[in-house]
Design a protein around this ligand. Structure first.
Ligand SMILES: *[C@@H]1O[C@H](CO)[C@@H](O)[C@H](O)[C@H]1NC(C)=O
Ligand SMILES: *[C@@H]1O[C@H](CO)[C@@H](O)[C@H](O)[C@H]1NC(C)=O
Length: 381
């Protein structure tokens, strides 16, 4: 867990300068005192592109600054994979009256139409401030996620993406996410990984169990969107003075009471050996194979995560040579001189079924080597 968070944290260290030139390259020149610019980045996970969500923005005080929900022209469009889309949204009338320093500190991304997206970053920009959130933060806390190879700014670690879908087809849990944009950079990331003297992770709740900081919703209701009571205080190094402020729930990522199907499966599965057919199918693209040569990607990490979701995944690089059957979250070796049975044949893109040597001990349930028949594949280099 710690290792992947560190990776995520390193990936998040995008400087304001990088983001500024990145935004410039996308075009658009908003009036910073009257408009807010929100960029949604859809990575290139298979099938990650989809409907344009509604966007709501609040300033530091928790007052609504801008929203796109009545702008029907947004809704007709589509978010394309690997193509960040910038929305320039007029600030609500009268907002300048409150304060000239209103900056886009809270953002909610709310799906309203049926085509799911896998969101890998949100950049909010207005009134002299630019804030970035990446999908890694959601994945870290237990939102449904997949890898992507679309990097932003000058980072060379592409952020993970998180699935959002308004009609919950394929049982995607979340239809919306809210985030406190100021909280995902710099020394704060260290505070989310902090351990106490006994070695217990006290940082996780700060990131994952804090409704105002980041919440994934099955159904979003504007009235339930929490803000911090007052702007947060930082010490001279830019860390939270009170890092535990706002911890208010038991569940990670989602509001308490949200039904998370993988939690039920985990409970039922205590019996040994595990019954794999009880596992939830988290692969809604069984015809597609992702082949990644990127060292930041891991088929093992994807396979061992109960919240990962998406197409079968093959990681081939110096550190790993493994195939994840995402339908059953089952890890296999890639065939080579030493692995010749029940392994994944990269050339043929299918399983080689000779013998029954399987990595885990699930064979007692008569599990067989899966049949694979891909229609499409993508290669990430
Ligand atoms: C700010 O807080 C962080 C985290 O508690 C701590 O590591 C750092 O030393 C503090 N900086 C100052 C200047 O007090
Ligand atoms: C495994 O679970 C499935 C679905 O709940 C059930 O139909 C099947 O009988 C179980 N298999 C065994 C061997 O218990």
């Amino acid at each position: 867990m710690a290792a992947s968070l560190i990776l995520g944290a390193a990936g998040l260290a995008v400087t304001v300068l990088d983001i500024a030139s990145f935004l410039q390259s996308l075009g658009g020149t908003p009036d910073p005192l009257k408009q807010t610019q929100v960029t949604l980045v859809i990575g290139n996970a298979p099938n990650s592109e989809g409907s344009i969500p509604d966007i709501y923005v609040k300033g530091p005080s928790g007052f609504q600054l801008a929203h796109s929900s009545d702008k029907s022209f947004f809704k007709d469009g589509h978010l394309e994979g690997s193509q960040p889309k910038t929305f320039i949204i007029d600030n609500d009338p009268g907002i300048d009256f409150y304060t000239q320093t209103n900056q886009p500190q809270y953002v909610s991304v709310v799906m309203t139409q049926g085509d799911a997206i896998c969101l890998s970053a949100v950049i909010a920009n207005g009134n002299g401030a630019t804030y970035t959130w990446k999908g890694d933060m959601g994945a870290q806390c237990g939102a449904e996620w997949y890898e992507s190879d679309f990097a932003i700014g000058n980072s060379n670690v592409p952020p993970k993406c998180v699935w959002l879908d308004s009609d919950h087809s394929n049982n995607i849990v979340a239809s919306a996410v809210s985030m406190h944009m100021t909280d995902f950079a710099g020394p704060l990331l260290g505070q989310y990984q902090e351990k106490d003297e006994a070695g217990d992770n006290i940082g996780d709740a700060r990131l994952c169990k804090n409704s105002a900081r980041m919440t994934f919703y099955h159904e979003f209701e504007y009235g339930n969107w929490k803000s911090f009571r007052e702007p947060l205080n930082f010490n001279e190094s830019g860390a939270f003075e009170d890092p535990d402020l706002g911890i208010d729930r038991q569940k990670r990522a989602y509001p308490d009471g949200t039904e998370l199907p993988w939690e039920n499966v985990a409970k039922e599965k205590r019996s040994y050996p595990r019954n794999l057919s009880q596992k939830r199918n988290m692969n809604h693209q069984p015809d597609h194979l992702t082949i990644s040569y990127l060292p930041s990607h891991s088929a093992r990490r994807l396979c061992e995560s109960e919240t990962s979701r998406g197409a079968d995944f093959l990681a081939v690089h110096g550190k790993e040579k493994l195939f994840c059957d995402m339908t059953r979250k089952h890890l296999f070796d890639v065939c080579d001189e030493t692995h010749t049975q029940a392994c994944f044949d990269m050339d043929k893109q299918e399983m080689r079924d000779v013998g029954v040597k399987i990595r885990r001990r699930d064979m007692s349930f008569g599990d067989v080597v899966p049949k694979k028949n891909y229609k499409t594949h993508s290669e990430w280099k």
